[in-house]
Design a protein around this ligand. Sequence first.
Ligand SMILES: *[C@@H]1O[C@H](CO)[C@@H](O)[C@H](O)[C@H]1NC(C)=O
Ligand SMILES: *[C@@H]1O[C@H](CO)[C@@H](O)[C@H](O)[C@H]1NC(C)=O
Length: 357
Amino acid sequence: MLRPRIMRRILSLWSRVSRNHAFPTIVGGCVVLFVLYWVVVFEKIKENGGFKEMNIPVDKDFVPFGVTSMEDFPPGGQYRIPRIIHQTWKTDEVPVRFEKWIKTWTKNHPTWEYWLWTDDSARQLIAERHPHLLSVFNNYPQGIRRADALRYVVLYEFGGIYADLDLESIKAVDAMHRKYSCFVSQEPYEHPILDSNFENLVINAVLGCRAKHPFMKLLMDNLPAFSHMWDVLDSTGPHFVTLHYRKYKSENNFSDLHENGTYLAPAEYFFPTIDPIKHFWMRNQCSKFDKLTAIQQRACMNLKVRGVDQKHLGISFTDHHWIHTYVDFKITLKGPVDIHKIVPHVKIYRAGKSNSE
Ligand SMILES: *[C@@H]1O[C@H](CO)[C@@H](O)[C@H](O)[C@H]1NC(C)=O
Ligand SMILES: *[C@@H]1O[C@H](CO)[C@@H](O)[C@H](O)[C@H]1NC(C)=O
């Protein structure tokens, strides 16, 4: 807040200046043009990241990251992962902004079960089946950690697909559930490379697994040991999953199709768009091209060649909208809607019952 004395001084200065009418008109005009220019630039960057226009040298032999077509899937047959969609929220009143994305899941999977896991039903499940995890769960300092931990327990117990609420379903995932026993996905390739110079970050915003899969058990069993990590990414989130994914892969030699195998899906399947919040940072990184590592330089080339959005390739099951719940909490909480209104056949777990409500 400007204090009144400062305000008075600014006003008197302005009135002295504006005795000459031409001057404020010109200054005002320039300010308006300047602001408009940046609004246009900013909107353009927000839309496409603006990497195509950047001066990034692309090698002649550069091969873009990832895939441009879908792998072969079995045309039909048995499901290896149950047809259950799992989502989580604190209560059964979910923020209205997620409603349209929840509906894309039930629309694309009309015969599948839909389960919402609330804090209350989560505690009931953990108390009933993994009581030694209950104090870890209750003592997590942030809700996001509980949400992370919960998805591993739920998939271990019931199997199915877990999806964050800001994940939009583009097409049915039946093919994945028929082919694999467990699949995870990586974040857009450029995220970990330009952030921290490493490749293949496994994200936990979508996970599909049969019940009792040993990889989910590994995640679940390591929750207590990692619960004290300061950073949520390391404690329960993507870094935690990536670490254990690598460990699991190196200690076992299961093929992707094995009943205990884990398949790392290309980013284009589930995360075809770069997080817009990172555009500015990535532009900043790529503008210092000569100082980057070789793999970072290739990430910049990839951004220039492929852009920030690969949905148009037509091979995406989902698109992730990168709502950072833990950052813009207040917006997220606006306008709760009863999940029963959005998904009339929703199931919410109650301990001690063979089924749910
Ligand atoms: C892993 O399995 C593949 C076949 O699936 C085999 O060719 C390879 O030698 C195995 N590697 C190890 C370290 O056991
Ligand atoms: C899969 O993992 C489970 C649990 O570790 C184990 O009991 C089972 O024998 C494994 N299956 C195969 C075919 O290796």
